[in-house]
Write a protein that binds this ligand. Structure first.
Ligand SMILES: [Mg+2]
Length: 175
């Protein structure tokens, strides 16, 4: 069950203490796109998101949007936010996590993934051994292909709660 449990759990990307991530040696932030930084049905990031990403870049994080969506969707948003993108990431498969690590020469303990889905973002990150940060989805609406995962996720979250491993809405940071 541990593979489902994130190292940190926050309401949104704005609630994360990025200075603390810096302190523990994180140099690279992989952000999920849909429902993590923009609602899945939006093409333009909010002013708040633009401001946050500017801050993260100025803090000298390597910021990469690491998304299962096609590059066609991811790239224009990356351009607005001035960060690199990796589309078709196929999370939770670990292949492309390692591809990014190798491409930018980061080790597992220098990278964090931030995303709204336990079964893709978090499971993949935990398998690779990077820091995993779960946030709530921006909107409670998912594309049709995410629905089966959300049903499984709800079932797993219930199991995790019964085992005192994770409780929805109870935010924490382990590090
Ligand atoms: Mg997502």
């Amino acid at each position: 069950m541990e593979k489902y449990v994130p190292d940190m759990y926050k309401k949104s990307i704005y609630e994360i203490d990025y200075s603390k991530l810096k302190e523990i040696g994180i140099k690279c932030l992989l952000f999920d796109l849909d429902n993590t930084i923009v609602p899945y049905n939006e093409k333009i990031p909010s002013e708040e998101t633009v401001t946050l990403f500017k801050k993260l870049v100025s803090m000298e994080f390597k910021v990469i949007i690491f998304s299962n969506s096609p590059k066609l969707r991811v790239k224009p948003i990356g351009d607005i936010l001035n960060v690199e993108v990796f589309g078709n990431a196929k999370k939770p498969f670990i292949k492309n996590y390692y591809k990014v690590l190798n491409m930018y020469k980061f080790t597992e303990n220098e990278v964090a993934i931030i995303g709204d889905q336990m079964l893709t973002d978090i499971v993949g990150g935990n398998k690779v051994g990077i820091t995993t940060i779960l946030v709530e989805p921006i909107i409670n609406k998912d594309p049709i292909w995410t629905k089966p995962n959300r049903i499984r996720e709800r079932r797993i979250m219930k199991k995790l709660r019964d085992n005192n491993l994770f409780s929805k809405g109870r935010y924490y940071e382990k590090m």
